[in-house]
Design a protein around this ligand. Structure first.
Ligand code: NZQ
Ligand code: ZN
Length: 391
């Protein structure tokens, strides 16, 4: 195990009606707030009314930024920065899924940066100050509610890039599983895939002797596999939604990745796909993950695949590559059982941008911790994914 520093500063309010204490929590930071939300789901399911009622009853002044897209656009981040500056706002409240929260984090980071906020995402500049931010999560998937990442798209440049900093970790997050009842099947299952993918990215590591992190990861994966189909069949099953929600938070709040090197190649490749085609993140991951696994599997790392297969999917077999391949097939079959695409050719209609995606994926260097991948490797993975072919 490697050395690590670890801090989880986000205060969580988890459970039914856990939003009720949010007013006093916001007031610890300021009474001038930017309220951000997406395309309108929070107006349909009542979360907007509840939020506004809390802001008003606590005499909190607020301005709104509405219409944040799924795969948030840098244009929304810029609009938010302007609203904060023009109105002297001092706190950001993001109410929505990962896209809304990530947009909020981009605004938080950009307010004190004088140049173009996209410089931060392109790693041309850094930031050392941010506006404090809180979140009300309405979709289980990204873990953004308890981490310091923000992923934003710049479609005019066909780029989807991220920043990561402790400065933009939410001060608090409200996690009410009933708020996810209205998420439709498509986004629920994409979220389940995303949660599993975050765990894979940390599980498939070259670091040895991380027994505790590995068993924790397997138990979260088992939870997700257990409840993933249930939330689709019974969208208002509180315990199923609660287990998935908590799994999503633990999946990417850092605890599973401490003391070891992560992989993150699949996410790097998917962000290129989203940057060009604006596909739903979890759907892109579903169509890439099995083929990444298939490409990197070898004699040296096969034990990780075999152990995960046994402990999560109940796969039996000897200590061979054949058994490891059964794990990969189980992952693909599970994603397919959720109704998510498992063939890249089913979500994009030609191979013409494969080279471009591979080139973009390595713009900051090779990808992957388990196995380092260059452009040619990524082309091969995307081609196999496009055809839907496992070895
Ligand atoms: O815009 P509205 O109307 O709110 O609708 C949203 C959106 O259409 C809808 N939705 C959200 N909550 C709902 C709901 N519909 C009904 N009822 C509710 N309670 O769902 C749609 C998708 O929302 P979105 O926020 O885009 O989904 P998700 O939470 O999966 O976020 C995806 C984004 O997060 C990034 C992805 O790349 C993508 O841009 N990620 C962020 C990460 C992070 N910050 O740590 C890590 C991830 O790996 C990921 O890259
Ligand atoms: Zn993800």
């Amino acid at each position: 195990m490697l050395n690590f520093n670890f801090s989880l500063p986000t205060k969580l309010f988890f459970g039914k009606d856990s939003i009720k204490d949010m007013g006093s929590e916001i007031l610890k930071y300021s009474d001038r707030v930017l309220l951000i939300y997406g395309g309108g789901s929070i107006k349909k399911n009542g979360i907007y009314d509840k939020t506004v009622e809390i802001l008003k009853s606590n005499n909190i002044f607020y301005k709104e930024l509405a219409g944040v897209h799924s795969n948030p656009r840098v244009e929304s981040v810029k609009e938010g920065i302007k609203l904060v500056r023009d109105n002297n706002l001092e706190f950001i409240l993001a109410v929505g899924g990962g896209s809304v929260i990530d947009c909020g984090k981009g605004i938080a980071a950009g307010v004190f940066y004088e140049g173009d906020v996209w410089d931060l995402y392109q790693r041309k500049a850094g930031f050392n100050k941010a506006v404090p931010l809180g979140a009300v999560l309405t979709l289980s998937a990204t873990g953004t509610e308890m981490n310091g990442n923000s992923v934003v798209s710049n479609l005019s440049l066909e780029e989807k890039l991220h920043i990561g900093s402790d400065l933009i970790v939410p001060k608090f997050s409200v996690l009410d599983p009933t708020y996810t009842y209205s998420v439709d099947k498509y986004y629920t299952s994409a979220g389940v895939v995303d949660i599993m993918s975050h765990i894979f990215e940390q599980y498939f590591s070259p670091t040895k002797d991380t027994f505790i992190q590995d068993r924790m990861a397997e138990s979260i994966l088992k939870t997700v596999v257990n409840y993933g189909e249930k939330v689709l069949l019974e969208p208002e099953n509180y315990d199923a939604r609660a287990n998935i929600m908590w799994a999503g938070t633990i999946g990417l709040n850092g605890i599973l990745g401490v003391g070891k090197q992560g992989d993150w190649a699949t996410h790097g490749i998917e962000h290129e796909l989203s940057g060009i085609y604006d596909v739903t993140h979890g759907v892109g991951l579903s169509a890439i993950t099995p083929y990444w696994m298939d490409y990197v599997l070898n004699e040296e790392n096969k034990d990780r695949f075999i152990t995960m297969g046994k402990n999560v999917f109940g796969i039996e077999g000897d200590n061979s590559i054949t058994t490891a391949r059964k794990t990969i097939k189980a992952v693909k079959d599970y994603f397919a059982s959720l109704g998510v695409a498992v063939v890249l050719g089913d979500i994009i209609d030609s191979k013409e941008n494969i080279e471009k995606m591979a080139e973009g994926a390595v713009r900051f260097g090779n990808l992957g911790g388990l196995q380092s991948l260059g452009k040619d490797d990524i082309v091969k993975i995307l081609e196999a994914a496009y055809e839907g072919k496992l070895k």
